[in-house]
Design a protein around this ligand. Structure first.
Ligand SMILES: [Zn+2]
Length: 231
């Protein structure tokens, strides 16, 4: 059975004896609703209507989750820092030094750079600046919120933006510094609120919201742009 809702969502309904509850699968932009064999058509339709906003959101996320083009580390290429784009300028013959200068991200490398030299220099620069900015932001929000983190570090996490231990050690993924300021602020507040609530309870989200009223927009932005925050 194929259903078309609102003229643009195409959904395949699969009936099976092997399931007692309904589930929805979205793979490569196609939607499958798997339901128990004996569920009535009316119930199936009702279920799909109810889940349509969720299906739309997932489809949107998947379509935007396109892997960015791998970086080539050549002059003219665009790099983002705190949400602003800078052109890369590779200066050969200069000593390894990276700096932001008039809209450019300048990287000095030796006359014959080895493969990875430019990227390594950039990563080092981002890590260093990430830590500085994250310490600054964490201290600022900690003061406002009346909490005291024990330590602040920036790490190379693969799939998280931050964490907060029960001892109050806050760590961040240095790559968050590629994102715009208000997204970085959200991640900082997210971790600091864990000093008050070591969970994601309604009370926890309430305290996030009191600092970042549009935190839901920030969370969604992070989901949609996670793959782009790479060097
Ligand atoms: Zn959390």
């Amino acid at each position: 059975m194929n259903l078309t809702l609102d003229n643009d969502l195409s959904i395949e309904v699969v009936r099976t004896n092997r399931k007692k509850t309904a589930s929805i699968k979205i793979v490569d932009g196609s939607v499958q609703v798997i339901v128990p064999q004996n569920l009535s058509d009316a119930r199936v339709e009702e279920l799909i209507q109810k889940r349509t906003p969720w299906i739309r959101r997932k489809l949107r996320e998947q379509s935007q989750a396109v892997l960015p083009k791998p970086k080539e580390y050549v002059s003219g290429e665009s790099f983002t820092y705190l949400g602003r784009n800078y052109r890369l300028k590779v200066l050969r013959g200069n000593d390894q030094e990276v700096k932001l200068k008039g809209g450019y991200l300048e990287v000095g490398v030796s006359k014959k750079p080895k493969e990875g030299d430019i990227r390594n220099a950039l990563v080092e620069w981002y890590e260093e600046h990430a830590l500085d900015r994250l310490i600054e932001k964490t201290n600022r929000y900690a003061k406002i919120m009346g909490v005291t983190p024990n330590s602040i570090v920036a790490r190379d996490y693969k799939s998280r933006w931050g964490s907060c231990s029960s001892k109050g050690d806050v760590s961040y993924n240095w790559r968050i510094i590629i994102a715009p300021h208000h997204i970085v602020d959200y991640v900082v507040v997210h971790e600091l609120c864990h000093l008050k609530h070591p969970n994601h309870s309604p009370a926890y989200w309430k305290s996030v919201k009191s600092e970042i009223p549009d935190y839901e927009v920030c969370r969604q932005w992070l989901k949609e742009h996670a793959l782009e925050l790479v060097i």
